[in-house]
Design a protein around this ligand. Structure first.
Ligand SMILES: *[C@@H]1O[C@H](CO)[C@@H](O)[C@H](O)[C@H]1NC(C)=O
Ligand SMILES: *[C@@H]1O[C@H](CO)[C@@H](O)[C@H](O)[C@H]1NC(C)=O
Ligand SMILES: *[C@@H]1O[C@H](CO)[C@@H](O)[C@H](O)[C@H]1NC(C)=O
Ligand SMILES: *[C@@H]1O[C@H](CO)[C@@H](O)[C@H](O)[C@H]1NC(C)=O
Ligand SMILES: *[C@@H]1O[C@H](CO)[C@@H](O)[C@H](O)[C@H]1NC(C)=O
Ligand SMILES: *[C@@H]1O[C@H](CO)[C@@H](O)[C@H](O)[C@H]1NC(C)=O
Ligand SMILES: *[C@@H]1O[C@H](CO)[C@@H](O)[C@H](O)[C@H]1NC(C)=O
Length: 664
């Protein structure tokens, strides 16, 4: 006992160690002093472990516990540098010394001694199942809790892109909930990937030991954006093949791998095929959907979380020429792997607002429920799907009314325009589905004369797809009521009415008279042209005499005028002398000439073309003289009268002289 006490002093311990090493030879290096602890406060199993480096293959260890009373517990021939010992075999409540002997070949060496109260020592296992999650620039880390008390965690991290940088270190108290320890490392960069390692220790135990480090884990950057998905839809034998492709996420976010998860509203309802988990690490995926509307979501997922979801809305397959369903549809027994859908249609776009699904299982109950909830006079899009080889197949697609009613609205924008005296053009817009309340079989178009006594109503059917009509066979000049109503199996809806009056009948055909007028005009035009041609051949063109003096141009200067006229006057004088004419005679002759020329100027043809130029110029100058000489009033009146009479006679003469002008 004394020896032991002595040996336990630090001095003696060193001595003991030295003795041990020396006595057993120098061939081995001493193991580190052992650590003995529990995994957590609840454990009754103690773990002892120590470090030992050797190249020897055949090493055995002996573990010694030496308590205060002096009793020694030995655990011999241990093959590993770690062992588990149950509580019962140890003294745990008191201070105790322990050490380990390592034996390799013929040599043996002893570790330094350690002392302590075993029950106080707790060392957790290294953090396991670490999950990471970005929330903004804070990184949340969680792992399996070692026990029900919070722990102290040490987190080391550095950016993945800079692996040579030293670790940043943070000590953080964990929160513990649902047997997970959780810490939040704030102010990182969510766009970067990180390397992280964690260790933790108990905050409750008197002697708490740091756990081993967790393995270094890679935290990828956050998947900030939803995948950019493009879709292609192909109709393949009563099913639709959907191929989705998307772009890869940034590298920092895909470092530790990324998966894309696809979901669709059809298979999640199990109609008609069972829900499948669709996950891929590639950038495209092909699968099948039925003809009914479907929403597909794509989510990218990496170790640090999920991206927002991309939603692809695939509308129901085009249903332009859908037939009305057989009424007995709901009474049919639904076969296995078949499922029915009733989409309530609120508007023309076949946008499903609510859907009722009917599958083979529990069909009796479901049918009753559908019968109860399904509304009368409401249009449903009916689908019958079957799951065939994992692909949803269309069996039937039609429009369904639980009960049809008559339309409760008239056709919209009904317009009637009288086109001719016996026809009218009609146009309108269809009645929307919610007002149709049934399947439109046709329109009923009626016309009734208001003005006449008999007032007989004439009706006929117009195709349900028509939006205009040409109404023929009306009586001219009559007032009509024209009405249009939508008709379903249940009957006729309200009327849209318009009143028109056809234009009255005209005595002469307008077109005929117009035609005649046109013909006359053409004929006269041609005659004129022909005549002009003939004339120019028979009568060569006569140059038009100079008539500038007759223009009402005011003289620029009195002087200039006199000078000019003087010249002409000289020429004229000879003529006057030779012909011996009186001024009045000359004036008359001039007047005649002037009137003639004025009347016939455009024609430029006169029978007096034989007259000499000299003669004409003499007349001209006579005229000038006349104008310049101030005549007395009676003289002027006399001349005027003479001229008028003469002129009339001349016109008359000319008319009789040239009969060829009016033969056209
Ligand atoms: C160990 O001892 C045996 C005899 O006891 C001897 O034959 C052997 O050589 C020794 N080995 C070493 C490595 O000393
Ligand atoms: C922890 O991870 C291991 C594999 O790493 C797994 O087998 C185990 O089920 C996980 N435990 C929990 C609670 O997630
Ligand atoms: C990140 O942590 C800081 C400090 O705790 C906090 O103020 C901030 O709101 C957190 N950000 C997010 C997005 O959780
Ligand atoms: C952890 O919590 C304890 C008290 O519960 C406190 O004394 C200690 O400072 C905290 N440590 C850290 C790193 O917050
Ligand atoms: C698809 O999503 C849109 C918008 O969230 C929704 O209005 C529509 O009803 C959905 N369609 C189906 C078939 O689930
Ligand atoms: C014509 O229509 C008007 C109202 O639009 C109605 O009052 C009248 O009775 C109708 N006449 C006939 C002959 O139907
Ligand atoms: C219009 O069609 C219905 C059913 O298609 C028919 O019963 C009715 O006799 C038709 N009316 C006329 C005027 O053709």
């Amino acid at each position: 006992m004394e020896t032991f006490d002595h040996l336990r002093s630090p001095h003696g311990f060193v001595l003991f160690t030295l003795l041990a090493t020396i006595s057993k030879g120098l061939a081995c290096e001493a193991p580190s002093s052992p650590q003995c602890f529990r995994r957590n406060e609840e454990e009754s199993v103690y773990i002892c472990e120590w470090g030992f480096d050797t190249n020897e293959s055949d090493v055995t260890f002996d573990l010694y516990f030496h308590d205060i009373i002096g009793s020694v517990s030995k655990f011999m021939n241990l093959k590993k540098n770690r062992t588990e010992i149950i509580e019962e075999k140890l003294t745990v409540g008191y201070k105790i010394d322990f050490w380990v002997d390592a034996r390799a070949g013929n040599s043996s060496c002893t570790s330094p001694r350690r002392s302590g109260v075993l029950v106080d020592s707790v060392k957790y296992d290294a953090p396991q199942n670490i999950s990471v999650f970005w929330s903004g620039n804070n990184l949340s880390l969680s792992w399996l809790a070692a026990e029900e008390h919070p722990a102290l965690a040490e987190v080391w991290f550095r950016q993945y892109e800079h692996p040579t940088e030293s670790w940043e270190k943070r000590l953080i108290n964990t929160t513990d909930e649902a047997s997970m320890y959780k810490v939040i490392v704030v102010n990182l960069l969510k766009n970067s990937a990180y390397q992280i390692q964690i260790r933790h220790q108990s905050m409750k135990a008197k002697n708490s030991l740091w756990s081993s480090w967790s393995p270094v884990i890679i935290v990828p950057a956050e998947l900030e954006h939803k995948p950019e998905v493009s879709s292609k839809i192909k109709f393949v034998s009563h099913t639709r093949q959907v191929t989705l492709t998307w772009k890869s996420a940034p590298r920092a976010a895909t470092l530790s791998g990324v998966k894309y998860r696809l979901n669709d509203t059809q298979s999640s309802r199990g109609c008609p095929c069972k829900k499948k988990s669709r996950e891929t690490s590639t950038n495209s995926y092909t699968f099948y959907v039925s003809y009914s509307a479907v929403n597909i979501t794509v989510i990218a997922r990496n170790a640090a979380g999920e991206s927002p979801q991309a939603i692809i809305q695939v509308p129901a397959a085009s249903a332009a020429d859908l037939k009305i369903c057989d009424k007995s549809l709901l009474n049919k027994t639904i076969k296995k792997r078949t499922c029915l859908e009733f989409y309530e249609l609120q508007d023309a776009d076949l946008k499903p607002e609510s859907v009722m699904t009917l599958t083979a299982r529990k069909q009796k109950k479901e049918k009753q429920k559908i019968n109860k909830t399904m509304k009368d006079f409401t249009r449903y899009l009916y689908f019958e799907h079957r799951c065939d080889d994992g692909k949803p197949q269309k069996v039937k697609m039609c429009l369904f009314y639980k009960k049809e009613g008559v339309p409760n609205k008239e056709p919209k924008d009904f317009a009637v325009v009288a086109e001719t005296q016996n026809s009218a053009s009609l146009s309108w817009k269809g009645i929307s589905h919610e007002h149709l309340r049934g399947f439109l079989t046709h329109y009923n178009l009626c016309s009734v004369k208001i003005s006449s006594q008999d007032g007989k109503k004439e009706c006929f059917n117009v195709s349900a797809s028509a939006t205009k009509h040409h109404l023929k066979g009306l009586t001219p000049g009559t007032k009509y009521n024209i009405s249009l109503a939508g008709v379903t199996q249940a009957g006729e809806g309200p009327l849209a009415t318009q009143t028109i009056t056809t234009s009255p009948e005209k005595p002469i055909n307008v077109w005929l008279s117009f035609g005649l007028l046109l013909a006359f005009f053409l004929l006269s035009t041609c005659c004129t042209v022909v005549l002009k041609r003939i004339k120019s051949k028979i009568f060569p063109p006569v140059p038009i005499p100079v008539i500038q003096d007759f223009t009402p141009r005011p003289p620029e200067s009195e002087q200039e005028m006199w000078e000019r006229k003087e010249e002409v006057h000289e020429l004229t004088l000879h003529q006057i002398v030779s012909e011996q004419k009186s001024v009045s005679e000359e004036t008359s002759s001039f007047r005649r000439e002037w009137v003639d020329r004025t009347d016939e100027r455009s024609e430029a043809e006169r029978t007096d073309s034989t007259r000499s130029d000299d003669e004409r110029s003499s007349l001209d100058s006579a005229g000038q003289m006349l104008r310049r000489t101030q005549m007395t009033e009676p003289e002027r009146v006399e001349n005027e009268l003479a001229m008028l009479i003469y002129k009339n006679g001349l016109v008359f003469d000319e008319k009789s002289e040239s009969p060829n002008q009016s033969d056209c």
